[in-house]
Design a protein around this ligand. Structure first.
Ligand SMILES: *[C@@H]1O[C@H](CO)[C@@H](O)[C@H](O)[C@H]1NC(C)=O
Ligand SMILES: *[C@@H]1O[C@H](CO)[C@@H](O)[C@H](O)[C@H]1NC(C)=O
Ligand SMILES: *[C@@H]1O[C@H](CO)[C@@H](O)[C@H](O)[C@H]1NC(C)=O
Length: 389
């Protein structure tokens, strides 16, 4: 991997001949052959949703709350995009009805993948393929959910809910062979060597398996409890083998070169043209953080209950050189670790080991607590895992 990054850097800095090997608008078959499948959480309340239908539940406003348009259609996103490009993120989609009451357009209540095939008829995924030159190709799969139910911290919450939720994964190829998988989680994510991933068994192809966490839809490579950002499971995601979603059965397809998006053909040829240049919208895909006086808003020391809707796919650093979107604050070296082994989830739903889980198994309980204390309250375990993972 080090070699890969060095080569890419060298290429960028010294402007080595940059050879593309896919034509704009053409999706190589190997991208589909090695596309991820996603297990949704069994009791997920906020399912994937169609962006075309989603946007009709909104009008648009600027950062000061002035109306820009009335009810949106997907075609309005292009002109809004021209405007959002000028000032990047000052546009919000504002909902026309109360999202807090869990209407159908928020829950996607009927969007359960077909149990036999994994087809999700009414919620296409979005595939964006970027040719990074000289044989390197990145396939970004974007998954859209109408709502992000934030985490509970020590029994209270949820915090950090937002309307609109874009998650994504990346499969990086070299000369048609899949090398690395990266998946988004809470503004960061994890990367694995492709062959370290669990593969989708019924298909005879090598397709990596992702697990979408309850409510937050953060992506993980294993089932169970995944603590994130702070140690000791104070902040955790949960994944399991709920219904299996096969995004390759229903997706929109595009290629992108860092400035230009080209329509390709996904599973419904011509649908990309019909939707138009919605990707050029760089504003927020949901309501602005509710004001404190709004009865739905709630303050906590961790985070407000409702925060800003997210920005769209083209703001996710698609021209990245390393596979990671960005590093978390604790990652002061900006390293992008690519794991060689699966990081197992923990807790009762887990299917495997893990450093902190090893502590859980130590009896008597006080010994386990002492061990955690000796490993710097769990941070040590975190560090060891990062070094040897
Ligand atoms: C802005 O648009 C919304 C939704 O159409 C409408 O309810 C509201 O009255 C509008 N505000 C102004 C100032 O026109
Ligand atoms: C945004 O605007 C700049 C110039 O202001 C232009 O070069 C760039 O291509 C635009 N990007 C998009 C995604 O439209
Ligand atoms: C997509 O399909 C349409 C209709 O089948 C065809 O006209 C068009 O050329 C195709 N586009 C690409 C980029 O292959």
């Amino acid at each position: 991997m080090f070699l890969i990054i060095t080569l890419l850097l060298f290429q960028l800095v010294y402007g080595l001949p940059f050879k593309r090997h896919i034509d704009p608008g053409k999706i190589p078959q190997y991208v589909i052959d090695h596309s991820p499948v996603v297990y949704l959480y069994a009791e997920e309340r906020y399912l994937p949703y169609s962006i075309e239908k989603y946007v009709t539940n909104f009008y648009s406003q600027d950062v000061d709350g002035n109306n820009i348009t009335g009810q949106l259609t997907i075609h309005d996103l292009e002109s809004l995009g021209a405007r959002s490009n000028a000032s990047f993120d000052d546009i919000y989609m504002t909902s026309l009805s109360d999202f807090d009451k869990d209407p159908e357009w928020v829950t996607g209540v009927n969007n359960i993948p077909d149990i036999a095939t994994g087809l999700l008829e009414d919620a296409p995924a979005t595939l964006i393929v970027v040719d990074k030159g000289n044989g390197w190709v990145d396939a970004f799969w974007f998954y859209f959910y109408s709502f992000n139910l934030g985490p509970f911290v020590m029994g209270t919450g949820p915090y950090g809910n937002h309307v609109g939720d874009w998650e994504h994964s990346l499969v990086r190829f070299y000369k048609g062979e899949p090398q690395v998988v990266w998946m988004s989680a809470h503004g960061g994510g994890t990367a694995y060597k492709f062959d370290a991933m669990e593969m989708h068994k019924p298909a005879n192809t090598k397709r990596p398996v992702l697990f979408s966490a309850r409510g937050t839809h953060a992506n993980y490579a294993t089932v169970g409890q995944h603590s994130h950002d702070i140690p000791f499971y104070m902040l955790s995601d949960f994944t399991d083998r709920g219904s299996l979603w096969d995004p390759a059965l229903n997706y929109l397809a595009y290629t992108y070169d860092g400035s230009k998006v080209t329509f390709a053909n996904g599973t419904e040829p011509g649908r990309e043209e019909r939707y138009g240049k919605w990707l050029s919208y760089l504003g927020h895909w949901g309501d602005k953080k509710l004001v404190p006086s709004d009865s739905r808003q709630k303050y906590s020391p961790f985070e407000w209950k409702y925060i800003d809707g997210p920005l769209g796919p083209l703001t996710k650093n698609l021209m990245r050189i390393g596979v990671c979107q960005r590093s978390k604050w604790w990652n002061f070296m900006g390293a992008c670790q690519i794991r060689r082994t699966l990081k197992m989830g923990e807790g009762i739903e887990a299917e495997g080991g893990g450093c902190a889980l090893a502590f859980d198994n130590i009896k008597p309980h006080f010994l386990s607590v002492i061990l955690r204390f000796l490993t710097w309250r769990g941070w040590g375990c975190n560090a060891i895992d990062r070094l040897v993972g």
